[in-house]
Design a protein around this ligand. Structure first.
Ligand SMILES: [Zn+2]
Length: 106
């Protein structure tokens, strides 16, 4: 493998470990994570997919606290993807509490 590729992979792994450590401290949104590890929110979502698998192999769970409508209280439980929804399907309100993530044992 090329040296640059190796370094890039190492960097990705380091970022992932930082995200895992951060989420063990308590719930954080994608924005919190992006600011903590200095990557874009888009990259955070990509990492979360791997973080989920990575912690699962160690008997831990990536808990997702789903997005919630701040007007009618609708909870986006059905949402399988990590990305934040744009608006509430019930009342069309666009002010939503962003989902947050946390790593817990079991
Ligand atoms: Zn709503």
């Amino acid at each position: 493998m090329k040296r640059e590729v190796m370094e890039s992979l190492h960097q990705q792994e380091t970022v992932r470990q930082q995200i895992i450590a951060f989420l063990k401290e308590g719930p954080a949104t994608a924005l919190d994570i992006s600011q903590h590890v200095h990557i874009s929110e888009k990259e955070v979502y990509e990492h979360l997919t791997h973080v989920k698998k990575s912690v699962a192999s160690r008997g831990e769970t990536l808990r997702i606290h789903p997005a919630e409508c701040l007007k009618c209280g609708f909870v986006f439980k059905e949402r399988k993807r990590f990305r934040t929804p744009g608006r509430c399907p019930v009342c069309k309100f666009t002010h939503l509490r962003k989902p947050s993530y946390e790593i817990a044992r079991g």
